[in-house]
Ligand binder design. Sequence first.
Ligand code: FPP
Length: 245
Amino acid sequence: MNLKDQLIPERLPQHVAIIMDGNGRWARKRGAARIFGHQSGVTPVHDVVEASGELGIKYLTLYAFSTENWGRPADEIENLMLLLVSTIKKETKKLMDNNVRLMTIGDLSKLAETPREELLKLKQLTAANTGLTVILALSYSARSELIQAAKKIIGDAREGKITPEEMNGTIFESYLETAGIPDPELLIRTSGEVRISNFLLYQIAYTELYFTPVFWPDFRKKDYYEALLDFQNRERRFGKTSEQV
Ligand code: FPP
């Protein structure tokens, strides 16, 4: 039986998050410039978006650019943003045809005007789509997200909108950028690195982690199905015993 047919629909996650890592090393191994690795990283983005839609997964969060990535050489950042804009333009029709909604998390105000405007346009255009939601984490930092949440809570408390007694998990989550989005059940990181790198720190409290040595440009549907199969074979206990779950 092929990998896809082994997947059990009722046991699929509804939200998968991916740290797409290894573009630079993939390119270096080929004696090519890092941007060639990023360009080659678009095909796997296609693959996971398409596969998620086909499988009926509801949310796919892709870590495309971290706050820390602003420290990279200026030409790499510029080329990455150009790649983002050209990919958005090329894919718009396909996203609409497939009922995909695009959202973003992260500080878009740090982006140059063109990528920011293109992203906003695509977010607006796809806002009413009801199929897969693709969440691009761009200029994202989980610690900044938490600090921003703290600032907003303090502001609301000062204005009397919230009291310490009222605060709970549900209310706290409404202050995060991911408000309204269920936590990811599965987080995949490619390229053999075994780190979280400031990604969704609050939201991954009970997320199953899956690390693969495959560099992102080589990641294909088959690799995605393998991760999903691995997830299905895990027992998620949320702190309880095997007998209880
Ligand atoms: C990590 O590899 C990858 C990135 C920082 C950029 C991810 C971007 C893409 C996959 C391009 C397409 C994206 C979209 C959404 C159109 P790295 O550069 O950190 O690799 P390294 O660790 O080997 O240096």
